[in-house]
Design a protein around this ligand. Structure first.
Ligand SMILES: [Zn+2]
Ligand SMILES: [Zn+2]
Length: 365
C-alpha cells in the first residue's frame, strides 16, 4: 500500500505554499454524552424479555446510568455461542443507549463464576463463562464489567487470590478490551469469599497489570465487612484505608445500597436507601464526599413493592441536592410499568415455547 502512494504521487513542478500538505486534524473521537462530567446515578435493571428494554426502564426511572446482567445470572451458558448477543440486538442496544445518553453501562458478572474454585471443572467453566462475559460486554459497548472475586472454598487465601488473577488473565486472553474495564467488587466477607479486605483486591490488581482493571465499592458490603461509614470521621477513615490499598483513583463505580445486616455482620443483604443500618445521612455523606466525586453511583436495592426502584433513584438525586432528570415523571413511570408488563409477557411466551418444544421432542422419541 505504502509503495503505491509513492509511485502515483504527481511530480511537483513548482513550489506553492498553498499546496503544502497540511495534515487534517485527526477526527475527534466522539465523546459519549454521558461523559459530560455530570453526576451519574444508575440502577440495576432487568434485561428479561428484551435487552434494549432495560435502557428504557432505567431512563424512565430517572436514572442516567445503568447496570445489567448480560445473560441469566444464575445459569451456566452452554457453549460459547449460546451466550452471544445477536449483532442486530447489540447494535440496537448501543444506538438506543447513545440516544438516551445513558452511561456508564456497567455489566455485572454471573453469580456462578468462581475463578478461585479448587474444582477443576468448575474453574474451567468459570474461566470460559468470564470470557463470555467480556465478549458480551464488548458487544454491548459496556464501560465496566463488575466481577465478584470468588470464593476460596477451603483453599489457602493467597493461593485462591492468585487463582483469581490467573483466571481473569486467561479469560481475557486474545481479546482487546478497548474501552472496557474490569472492576473487582469488594465483598461482605460471607463464608470464604475473597475481597472483603482491600489488600486482597490490591493483590489481584497487581497481578493483572496487563489488563484494564479497577475497583467497584459496594457500600452494603463495605459496611457488613466491618468498615464503618456512619459518621464523617468513620467514612474518612474508611476512605483513607481504601486509598492506601487499592487507591481511590482506581475506584470507578460505587454500588449504593443500604444494609439490612449490622456493621461487621459479614452477611450481604441489601436494603432500600435510608431503611437500613447505614442510614440516609451516611449514604448522603458517601454520595457527596469530594474524594468520591465523579464516580458512577449504581443502586442494587431490592424491589419489595412496585415503585421501590423509582423511589430509591429519586432518593439518591435528592441526597445529592440535584433535580432528577426529565425521565422521572408520572408519564415515564407509566411507560416503565407498560414495558415491564410487555417484558413479562415476552418471558412467559418464551417459556411456553420452550415447554412446547420439550413436549414435542418427548413425543417424537
Ligand atoms: Zn454490589
Ligand atoms: Zn451484595
Amino acid at each position: 500500500m505504502a509503495e503505491d502512494q509513492n509511485t502515483t504521487r504527481p511530480a511537483q513542478l513548482e513550489y506553492d505554499a498553498d499546496d503544502e500538505y497540511r495534515p487534517e486534524p485527526p477526527p475527534k473521537p466522539e465523546i459519549p454524552k454521558w461523559q459530560d462530567g455530570s453526576t451519574r446515578i444508575g440502577i440495576h435493571t432487568s434485561i428479561a424479555g428484551d435487552i434494549s428494554g432495560a435502557l428504557e426502564i432505567a431512563h424512565g426511572l430517572g436514572a442516567n446510568a445503568l447496570q445489567i446482567f448480560s445473560s441469566s445470572p444464575r445459569m451456566w451458558t452452554r457453549g460459547a455461542d449460546s451466550s452471544r448477543i445477536a449483532a442486530a440486538d447489540a447494535a440496537r442496544f448501543r444506538e438506543r443507549r447513545r440516544e438516551l445518553g445513558l452511561g456508564p453501562l456497567v455489566i455485572h458478572d454471573n453469580y456462578l463464576i468462581n475463578l478461585a474454585s479448587p474444582d477443576r471443572v468448575l474453574r474451567a467453566r468459570s474461566v470460559q463463562a468470564f470470557h463470555g462475559e467480556i465478549i458480551r460486554a464488548l458487544g454491548l459497548g459496556a464501560d465496566f464489567l463488575v466481577a465478584h472475586p470468588g470464593s476460596a472454598c477451603g483453599m489457602e487465601m493467597s493461593t485462591a487470590i492468585a487463582a483469581v488473577a490467573d483466571g481473569l488473565r486467561q479469560a481475557a486472553r486474545g481479546l482487546r478490551l478497548e474501552g472496557l474495564r474490569i472492576l473487582l467488587e469488594n465483598t461482605a466477607g460471607q463464608g470464604t469469599c475473597i475481597g472483603s479486605r482491600f489488600d486482597e483486591l490490591k493483590t489481584i490488581l497487581d497481578a493483572c497489570r496487563d489488563l484494564p482493571m479497577g475497583i467497584c465499592i459496594d457500600t452494603a458490603h463495605l459496611f457488613a465487612s466491618g468498615h464503618d461509614v456512619r459518621s464523617a470521621s468513620a467514612l474518612e477513615e474508611t476512605l483513607k484505608k481504601i486509598d492506601a490499598t487499592v487507591g481511590l483513583a482506581n475506584v470507578y463505580v460505587v454500588h449504593v445500597n443500604d444494609s439490612k445486616t449490622p456493621h461487621g455482620s459479614r452477611v450481604d443483604r441489601h436494603e432500600h436507601i435510608g431503611k437500613g443500618k447505614i442510614g440516609l445521612e451516611a449514604i448522603g455523606g458517601i454520595l457527596n464526599h469530594p474524594l468520591l466525586a465523579g464516580r458512577a453511583f449504581i443502586l442494587e436495592t431490592p424491589i419489595d413493592k412496585p415503585g421501590d426502584d423509582r423511589r430509591n433513584v429519586a432518593t439518591l438525586w435528592k441526597l445529592m441536592g440535584l433535580p432528577a432528570p426529565a425521565g422521572l415523571g408520572r408519564k415515564s413511570w407509566h411507560k416503565v410499568r407498560q414495558l415491564r408488563r410487555a417484558k413479562k409477557r415476552a418471558v412467559a411466551r418464551k417459556a411456553a415455547a420452550r415447554a412446547k418444544a420439550r413436549q414435542s421432542k418427548r413425543r417424537g422419541k
